[in-house]
Write a protein that binds this ligand. Structure first.
Ligand SMILES: Cc1cc2nc3c(=O)[nH]c(=O)nc-3n(C[C@H](O)[C@H](O)[C@H](O)COP(=O)(O)O)c2cc1C
Length: 247
């Protein structure tokens, strides 16, 4: 039995979610998948000007480097314009929280992609996927079990309002985000430039990560959150400006 909870629990889920890598191989019900589709259709987007789409597929239509075997994957596609990687991270981190709030395990998977699958929309490129299904074992973790940088490492000021972003998942737990405070109470978000480009895909995944952190700030401040892509900002050494927001 999956735990049924309402969407108000998305915020609570920030403080207990974890990537799930051990799955029951049985698929979820058609009803559960339809409810997921409904949620995705109503998720908030960061940039209205970008077309994106998704598909829910079974194990015959996705491949991944790792050996664990989830029953489902969300394949995510987008037009390549403006902040499209951020936008996908933002939309689908809401979905990650939704799944986990319902007792369904999930994990972003950069090292994988579609298999025997024809992309229905040539204008949109495959970006990344999220695997999901009923977890085997405990779905949640304790707050003390998060392995994350301390706030002072990710911000110019110690500010507990940034805890939702601090706890966000990121590719290889890289946590490449950095927040600064503006005099008007707004925040700037920067992405740490990688010193060694071990994996050129990591640059793209880190941009998805920026959207993921913004999604946590949105979910924790749903009524007030506003994002501006091109606001005035200072250039910081070894960092890329990723936009401003108010909460
Ligand atoms: C963009 C992105 C790509 C990821 N790719 C993978 C992956 O290929 N394989 C994997 O096992 N986990 C992957 N993860 C999950 C991260 O390793 C995980 O979120 C991070 O270590 C923090 O752990 P937590 O999600 O349990 O809090 C990815 C996460 C993100 C955000």
């Amino acid at each position: 039995m999956l735990i049924k909870v309402d969407n108000m629990n998305l915020e609570d889920t920030i403080y207990k979610r974890q990537s799930i890598r051990n799955y029951d191989k049985n698929p979820l019900s058609a009803e559960t998948l339809n409810e997921l589709r409904d949620f995705i259709d109503n998720a908030k987007v960061l940039n209205q000007d970008i077309d994106w789409s998704y598909d829910i597929v079974g194990p015959d239509n996705f491949r991944m480097l790792q050996r664990f075997k989830p029953p489902h994957a969300l394949l995510l596609f987008s037009q390549e314009k403006q902040n499209y990687l951020q936008n996908i991270g933002f939309i689908f981190q809401q979905v990650d929280l939704y799944l986990q709030s319902r007792g369904i395990g999930s994990c972003w998977i950069g090292a994988g992609g579609p298999k025997n699958y024809e992309n229905p929309n040539p204008d949109q490129k495959f970006i990344i996927m999220i695997v999901f299904g009923k977890p085997q074992g405990e779905i949640y973790r304790e707050r003390t079990q998060f392995e994350r940088k301390i706030i002072c490492e990710i911000s110019d000021e110690r500010d507990s309002k940034l805890i939702p972003a601090q706890l966000a998942p990121s590719a290889a737990n890289s946590q490449a985000w950095y927040f600064t405070h503006n005099d008007d109470g707004s925040y700037n978000l920067y992405r740490n430039r990688r010193k060694v480009r071990l994996n050129k895909k990591m640059d793209a995944w880190n941009q998805v990560d920026m959207g993921i952190a913004l999604a946590h700030m949105y979910v924790a401040n749903m009524e007030s959150f506003k994002f501006i892509l091109d606001g005035p900002h200072e250039e910081l050494k070894d960092k890329v400006f990723e936009g401003s927001f108010t909460i």
